[in-house]
Ligand binder design. Structure first.
Ligand code: MN
Length: 309
């Protein structure tokens, strides 16, 4: 099942299930009491304890809405936190010439206020710094979870989605470099685990202006989803709607004003956003000369699918 956060033409925020390519079933009637300041999808996750695999009988009789009459909203506009994996693919570790990967680094946090949705615009804040795209598989937590074992960790996951971990390169803390407003595009929708199937069979592709930059097997994650969720829950209590992003494979590269960036994962969807440098100013911090050195040139990636096929 695919779950979409959306805004109606009259400006009402809601959450629904995609029952076909062009039709939504509104799920707001499943939310017991509207709470101001909490997004509909978080209230739905709380009400269902993260089980979003609705039966046809549960959807029957609810309001049906044509998809083209609504605007896609950020999947979770207000997560209590965004937990991110640093250096969780060996080919990305190699391209960054990093000495360490996740098993020495743990996880880091991105500001919840950095979230945007499918179709929105990344705003580059500075004229004199390098900004890169990082295409990633992300998951949304379904229920309050603390200290879960690796074996039981997937029970905490409501579903999967696409995420772009937009990054300023340099020596400032990760929490600064990756937390600018608009630096966490996520969506377009959540796909429940039953529909995603085995994670190890998924491939991720990131395109910038139609050129393939990242083409990776999710099976190559150093810490897979169960290990990452278990570890994160040993550090901090996970709440419904929290987002955990699994890290980026090789193929990161610079993004510029006017670019279109898209990350696509098998059976999970394709998230597309644009880039603007309007209003950018000189950077007030001096980290540009520090930090891991990203590749200077973008290495073209050969797609697995030959152009002839
Ligand atoms: Mn990342």
């Amino acid at each position: 099942m695919k779950i979409l956060s959306y805004r109606t033409a009259t400006g009402h925020d809601s959450v629904g299930a995609l029952v076909s390519d062009d039709t939504l079933v509104d799920l707001s009637s499943l939310i017991p009491a509207p709470a101001s300041g909490v997004s509909p999808i978080r209230l739905l996750l709380q009400a269902t304890e993260g089980r979003l695999q609705f039966q046809d009988t549960e959807l029957a009789g609810r309001e049906r809405i044509a998809l083209d009459t609504v605007t896609v909203a950020p999947l979770v506009a207000d997560p209590t936190k965004i937990i991110a994996a640093p250096v969780n693919y060996r080919d990305h570790q190699a391209e960054m010439m990093e000495d360490y990967h996740i098993d020495a680094l743990g996880v880091f946090l991105k500001a919840p206020s950095s979230v945007i949705g499918h179709g929105e615009t990344i705003r580059l804040p500075y004229t004199d710094r390098r900004f890169d795209q990082e295409g990633e598989l992300a998951l949304v937590i379904g229920r309050t979870t603390e200290n879960v074992s690796i074996d039981n960790a997937l029970a905490a996951v409501a579903g999967y989605t696409c995420l772009l971990d937009i990054t300023m390169r340099g020596g400032e803390d990760r929490s600064t470099r990756k937390s600018f407003d608009t630096f966490t595009p996520v969506g377009p929708y959540l796909v429940t685990p039953d529909e995603v199937g085995p994670l190890a069979s998924l491939q991720l592709r990131t395109h910038v202006n139609g050129t393939l930059r990242q083409d990776a097997d999710i099976a190559d994650l150093i810490w897979g989803v169960p290990e990452l969720v278990s570890y994160a829950s040993s550090v901090m209590t996970l709440h419904p709607g929290d987002i955990i992003t699994t890290g980026t494979p090789a193929g990161i590269g610079q993004i510029h004003d006017g670019d279109t960036v898209s990350v696509e994962i098998d059976r999970i969807g394709a998230l597309t956003v644009t880039v603007s440098a309007a209003g950018a100013v000189a950077c007030p911090t001096k980290g540009a000369v520090r930090g891991p050195k990203p590749p200077a040139e973008i290495t073209p990636v050969r797609s697995r699918v030959s152009p002839e096929s």
